[in-house]
Design a protein around this ligand. Structure first.
Ligand code: ADP
Length: 164
């Protein structure tokens, strides 16, 4: 078991400055972070999992300590397959707590050696979620302070394609 790797799972549809903040701070604690985009989040997503992974890879390309992958099926199985034992998650408001609490408990019951570690959001990112970014972007609002420029470009492109 590798104690220096953290798996950071999520939908990342799309990756926001809030996600980046967790990765940046996580790297202060862990040697390697594997950002793992869930394949099963494909159904209601704006970007395909391949598009999301390609975007995130571009964003972290200059940091060899960050890897980007996809996973399917049970998260704990994926974590164990990477010989890791830590799942890294971010917490924003109290509203995140209930869901994250359930998920962490379940994962720990399914696989005792896997622990979930939570990092509190930075105040600057507390209101930020992928869904709010999509909502504002869809309505042509300014999303430049919520996502990296690359993601803003891809979002605008996606919404242009969707126009009738
Ligand atoms: P999921 O669909 O699994 O919740 P998300 O892509 O929405 O995946 O988020 C992945 C993780 O990042 C979650 O733990 C979520 O709470 C966290 N996260 C998302 N946005 C922020 C933010 N602004 N600040 C801190 N953590 C965040």
């Amino acid at each position: 078991m590798n104690r220096h790797i953290a798996i950071y799972p999520g939908s990342f549809d799309p990756f926001t400055n809030g996600h980046m903040d967790i990765v940046r701070r996580g790297l202060e604690i862990f040697d390697t972070i594997i950002i793992a985009a869930a394949k099963n989040s494909e159904k209601n997503s704006l970007f395909s999992v391949a598009e999301r992974v390609a975007m995130i890879r571009e964003l972290v390309a200059d940091n060899p300590r960050v890897k980007v992958e996809t996973f399917d099926g049970l998260l704990v199985d994926y974590v164990v397959s990477k010989e890791a034992r830590v799942i890294l998650r971010g917490l924003r408001a109290v509203t995140d707590f209930e869901f994250e609490f359930q998920l962490a408990q379940m994962n720990h019951i399914v696989c005792e050696q896997v622990e979930t570690l939570f990092m509190m959001t930075s105040p600057a990112c507390a209101y930020l979620s992928s869904s709010i970014v999509k909502e504002v972007g869809r309505l042509n609002g300014d999303i430049s302070s919520f996502v990296p420029p690359l993601v803003a470009d891809r979002l605008h492109e996606k919404f242009r394609q969707q126009e009738p």
